[in-house]
Design a protein around this ligand. Structure first.
Ligand SMILES: [Ca+2]
Ligand SMILES: [Ca+2]
Length: 77
């Protein structure tokens, strides 16, 4: 019998925040601008080094190109 508030899955790294769980998608941020590459992702609970939650970087090889600094960015994606 299962106790209330308990589950069989023990893979959650942060049980206080529902947005972090084993199915959380992380996106590579190779250029370190804080925006991730939608094509380079992995799923895991803990944030991997060099990965972010964002997936909106159109050019992850150039930190000068990202949604904050590039007005034509939306057309390039
Ligand atoms: Ca980036
Ligand atoms: Ca970039």
């Amino acid at each position: 019998m299962r106790r209330l508030g308990h589950v069989r899955d023990d893979r959650d790294c942060n049980d206080a925040d529902a947005s972090f769980n084993p199915d959380t998608s992380w996106f590579a941020d190779t250029d370190g601008d804080g925006f991730g590459d939608a094509d380079a992702n992995m799923k895991q609970c803990m944030q991997p080094s060099g990965y972010v939650l964002d997936d909106s970087d159109c050019d992850d090889a150039d930190a000068a190109l990202n949604p904050n600094f590039t007005s034509w960015f939306a057309r390039r994606r």
